[in-house]
Design a binder for this molecule. Structure first.
Ligand SMILES: [Zn+2]
Length: 323
């Protein structure tokens, strides 16, 4: 499909209201939808989305356009990058364009996606990881739903795999999958259970790794990258956002395993921050989907301290409404 044809196909399959709702809390206003503009600071909504015309317009800053314009502006992407992103979401297959070079973001993303499949395959092969999964009570359905994986002991398991698949060393490092060492790059994750961290659309951007023995640190996240900002990312958000809207509230647990266990038991509006406390960035993301947030932290001193920090933040709307 030519890029023009593909763009039309993508537009016909995606609804702009649904798409923008991922980023902006929209309220119905007559035949249209209204919300706070993501492109300028405002307290009274002047950002309008028109479902009939499939366009948006802001009366405050004059930003406007279709679903492509929105995505390019909001994510800082070029048109081909926005097309690639939205085509994936719409399930439209793009023909590789001659003369079109993949953007850096796409190259990093491809490396992360390949790493996720590698980790999943390693989990299937590992007896010790399988035993740990059973011990924690994770069902095969849960392992599949959250794309849980494993990486065995060793410094170059993933690195060698990705290089064999044609990924360049600098891409692997920039994607947060390996770090530079004195004797060359080596894997970030070694001998860990791997929890892919997805963006809100369900695409992997980073990983969390948990040791399955007494090793330290117990939890390790990918370093930050073009794809992954820790203070902005909530674990299991893509799994939870529909339920949050339906239930009318979001629950925030302390870690990814807590969130996963809640989902396994049918409580599917639960997310987890990737450190100990909520940040202003997290709150802003949650508030797009719901206005009520319930904190479910451990009763130990670390949990209480994290809950207290998160509460202080919630009680201070200035910190997150002016982002
Ligand atoms: Zn605006």
């Amino acid at each position: 499909m030519s890029s023009d044809g593909a763009a039309e196909e993508v537009k016909s399959r995606l609804d702009i209201v649904e798409h923008i709702s991922d980023y902006v809390q929209l309220k119905r206003s007559g035949a249209n939808y209204k919300g706070l503009c993501p492109f300028h600071n405002e307290k009274t909504p002047s950002f309008m989305v028109h479902p009939a015309k499939q366009i948006f317009h802001c009366f405050g800053c004059n930003a406007g356009g279709d679903v492509f314009t929105f995505t390019m502006k909001h994510e800082g992407l070029s048109f081909p990058e926005a097309l690639a992103l939205l085509a994936r979401r719409a399930g439209v297959e793009l023909k590789p364009q001659s003369g079109y070079k993949k953007g850096e973001r796409e190259r990093l993303k491809a490396a992360v996606v390949e790493a996720m499949s590698f980790f999943q395959a390693e989990l299937k092969r590992s007896k010790v990881a399988g035993e740990y999964i059973n011990k924690r009570g994770l069902t095969p359905e849960t392992v599949k739903e959250f794309s849980i994986g494993y990486v065995p002991q060793g410094w170059h398991n993933l690195l060698n795999h990705l290089k064999k698949k044609g990924f360049k060393e600098d891409v692997i490092i920039k994607a947060g999958l390996a770090v530079k060492g004195d004797r060359g790059p080596y894997d970030v994750f070694r001998a860990r259970l791997i929890f892919p961290i997805l963006d809100m659309h369900g695409e992997p951007v980073a990983f969390g790794g948990r040791v399955i023995d007494d090793g330290q640190p117990k939890y390790l996240n990918s370093p930050e990258s073009t794809l992954f900002k820790k203070s902005d990312t909530l674990y299991a958000l893509s799994h939870s956002r529909e339920a949050m809207r339906k239930e009318g509230f979001a629950a925030v647990s302390e870690g990814y395993l807590d969130a996963i266990m809640c989902h396994q038991h049918g409580i599917v509006n639960v997310v987890a921050p990737l450190g100990t406390a909520l940040t202003a960035g997290h709150l802003k993301k949650l508030l797009r989907h719901t206005e009520d947030i319930v904190l479910v932290f451990d009763g130990d001193s670390a949990g209480v301290a994290a809950a207290r920090r998160s509460l202080n933040l919630i009680m201070d709307p200035v910190s997150y409404t002016h982002l």
